[in-house]
Design a protein around this ligand. Structure first.
Ligand code: 3H9
Length: 685
């Protein structure tokens, strides 16, 4: 049966799509829409048409799972042209999200009505492509060039109210959407000429008079778009909309669309779209596992992590009890939380009432026993096994039966922590990334005894607090930090052999990472995890720590910083490196950028493959999700596992073999990696 059905309401033809889950514009939908337009044109008694969707949303775009497969006719550009060419007025009735191809369908309709909480946007750029069914040509004609540029180049949707102000939505509908859309269609059924977006050019006048706005937009967003192909292509397409007649502009759009679609970035970003969604699926659990009810969360520790973690729950409307040992620490912690909220409010992202609402859900206390009222308790104390065990032993005594006990450890063994309780089935790791109220990633660490419903609860909760969660097994550093270890070791070793921090960082930044290993160390604090004995100096890092060069917070680390925290190469660090190089008897040599890649990035891939072969990650794509959301790996390279596949596993193994001598005695090649390389297979299949 076709997902598109038609039904008469008087002289209005209602065209309904029912293609769950998101009414993607797959082949059958496209075919059905064209037939429905034919029906409307052929039947004299039809005076206007309403296009509406069942389920949660209006068309959320082209069907991404069809990408890369042979296209079946009619293609979406033909469909939207067919809709626009309809001789009867067509009204799009929007609820949920009109995204990508969905918005292009709506733009081809002659009128658009929407419920107030609908969202409209062109997220194609996030999939490495651009709106390829006339969207880059019709949108600027309807909302004007500056707004269209912003929408297509950033991919961020706008709300229906804003869309209404811009003229993208003709009427906001309160109440029954079908009924009001039909009434609207009745109102416009005789209006002639029928308004067609592609025929307008009144809103292009501003940009025609000031074409410099394109370069200004490029300049203003240069940082955000760095490395990505799609944003520039979307800008070019909108430029074509301004410079050329519609019929020509749309050809430019098609050419740019095809160029992007056949490129590696689009493949990477589309792969990542599905990777992100796959990550929430936990393997090996009984199908009927039900989550536990979480009404109140407890957080132990009001430091940076504890505060950030608490904010996630408060923002989602879940009450939090936060416990500290001393009043001063508690006050400091809650004060910082409030400041963070107020900073967000000053940017207009939340209202003052929302700040008060969130803070009102917080119960700060020095009484550990208060945690007995919590359904989930997250420990965010000092990263030390004895301290953590002690906390869990105490928790075991007071937490209510069935409460979930979580540790925010970034490295330590969850099974050992769980063994400090009489209820290891209720224990798991919830590894938030700093700043915890901002970073999207959450590693859910599954202990040997963690109960299925505990995992399901954590995954569900992650969604509620708008995190992307990935399940990791118990190993040192879990997925993300474990892969950092070889990178960090090699980066330090490279300094001894002749590279500078600037050179190593440059390779990573040019690769697309937000910063390199030394910039990251300076930002995080070199002293984190340091043994704190200034007399025990075994390596470069010990020495920098002993010199109190702890990173940005001290104005000095691997780099020197000025009072605006701008870095410059440090002669002091160069001397320290020289001192250790001499001690180690290493001769300085020229290091190529390629060697830096092989020793720091190929080794990460190797560690990722080990994580996979040990079953510490459920799937290769989960590792990619961790690196994109936890460490800023450029999404246009898919993630370390996907990227390795694009380089070719044979080349990755060859690169590691080339460096084998220098990688040290601790290094070993992953069997999974070498086997897959030999078999000509991929890590991400
Ligand atoms: C485009 O339109 C190109 C055109 O310009 C030109 C063509 C010529 N296709 O996210 P959820 C699946 S490009 C196929 O968890 P939510 C998704 O995989 C497209 N499948 O739900 C998941 O499957 P599963 C531009 C899709 O409520 C299920 O639906 N549009 C598509 O949190 C539920 O998804 C976009 O980029 C799709 N287009 O959020 C919009 N979309 O259950 C992409 C979703 O098996 N979609 N699925 O894991 C979204 O942003 C969100 O899905 C949405 C709902 C906001 C709609």
């Amino acid at each position: 049966m076709s997902p598109i059905t038609t039904q008469r309401h008087g002289d209005i033809l209602i065209v309904t799509s029912n293609n769950p889950p998101v009414n993607a514009l797959g082949h059958a939908v496209r075919e059905g829409l064209v037939k429905a337009m034919d029906e409307a044109d052929a039947d004299e008694t039809v005076k206007a048409v309403v296009v509406i969707c069942e389920g949660n949303t209006f068309f959320a775009g082209a069907d991404i799972s069809e990408f890369g497969k042979p296209m079946q006719m009619p293609m979406l550009p033909m469909v939207v042209d067919r809709i626009e060419a309809c001789t009867k007025p067509v009204v799009a009735a929007i609820h949920g999200t009109a995204l990508g191809g969905g918005l292009e369908v709506a733009l081809a309709c002659h009128y658009r009505v929407a419920v107030p909480d609908a969202k409209l946007g062109t997220p194609e750029v996030k999939l490495g492509i651009l709106p390829g069914a006339g969207g880059t040509q019709r949108l600027p004609r309807v909302v004007g060039v500056p707004k269209a540029l912003e929408m297509v180049a950033t991919g961020n949707p706008i709300g229906a109210k804003e869309a209404h102000d811009l003229g993208l939505v003709d009427r906001l509908i309160e109440g029954d959407l079908t009924q009001h859309a039909v009434a609207f269609a009745e109102e416009v059924r005789d209006v002639r000429p029928i308004p067609r977006s592609s025929e307008r050019d009144d809103k292009l006048a501003e940009a025609r008079a000031n074409p410099a706005l394109f370069d200004e937009f490029r300049k203003a967003n240069a940082k955000k778009f760095r490395g990505f192909d799609a944003p520039e292509a979307t800008i070019k397409a909108v430029e074509a909309a301004v410079a050329k007649p519609y019929a020509e502009g749309v050809l430019d759009e098609r050419r740019l669309f095809m160029e992007l679609m056949t490129g590696t970035q689009a493949r990477a970003q589309q792969y990542f779209f599905f990777a992100e969604r796959k990550a929430s699926k936990i393997e090996g659990l009984p199908e009927d596992t039900k989550p536990r009810d979480i009404k109140r969360v407890g957080v132990i520790g009001a430091g940076t992590m504890g505060g950030g973690i608490s904010m996630n729950f408060l923002s989602a409307g879940i009450p939090v009890t936060i416990v500290e040992m001393e009043q001063a620490a508690l006050d400091r912690g809650t004060g910082i939380m409030r400041k963070n909220y107020e900073a967000t409010a000053s940017k207009g992202k939340v209202t003052a009432e929302q700040v008060e609402g969130a803070m009102g859900l917080l119960n700060p206390t020095l009484d550990f026993g208060t945690l007995a009222e919590c359904d989930l308790i997250i420990e965010a104390v000092f990263e030390n096994m004895d301290v953590k065990k002690d906390v869990f032993t105490r928790l075991d005594k007071i937490a209510k039966p069935g409460a979930i006990l979580a540790s925010n450890t970034s490295y330590l063994n969850i099974d050992e922590i769980a063994a400090a309780t009489s209820r290891p089935q209720d224990v798991l790791g919830l590894h938030f990334f700093s700043p915890a109220n901002i970073m999207k990633l959450l590693e859910i660490v599954r202990g040997a005894k963690t109960a299925p419903d505990v995992l399901v609860t954590a995954m569900q909760l992650a969604k509620k607090i708008r995190k992307v969660a990935v399940v990791a097994g118990v190993c040192y550093g879990f997925i993300g930090n474990r892969m950092l270890i070889p990178r960090q070791m090699q980066a330090m070793q490279l300094l001894l052999e002749g590279a500078t921090p600037e050179q190593v960082d440059k390779v990573h930044v040019e690769f697309g990472m937000p910063m390199g290993p030394f910039q990251m160390a300076d930002l995080a604090g070199i002293d984190i995890g340091w043994h704190r004995d200034p007399n025990r100096i075994e390596n470069i890092r010990d020495k920098l720590c002993a010199m109190e060069r702890w990173g940005q917070k001290k104005g000095a680390g691997f780099y020197d910083y000025d009072d605006k925290r701008r870095p410059s190469p440090s002669p002091v660090v160069a001397e320290v490196i020289e001192e250790f190089r001499q001690k180690a008897g290493i001769e300085k040599r020229e290091i190529t950028d390629q060697e830096i890649m092989e020793r720091t990035i190929y080794t990460m891939v190797n560690e990722g493959a080990k994580i996979l072969e040990e079953g510490m990650a459920q799937r290769a794509s989960d590792i990619d999700v961790v690196w994109v959301y936890g460490y800023g790996w450029p999404v246009y390279r898919g993630g370390p596992m996907f990227w390795a596949d694009t380089v070719g596993l044979k080349e990755i193994v060859a690169g590691l073999e080339r460096q084998r001598e220098r990688l040290g005695s601790d290094f070993s090649l992953s069997k999974l990696l070498t086997n897959k390389a030999e078999a000509g297979e991929k890590l991400t299949r």
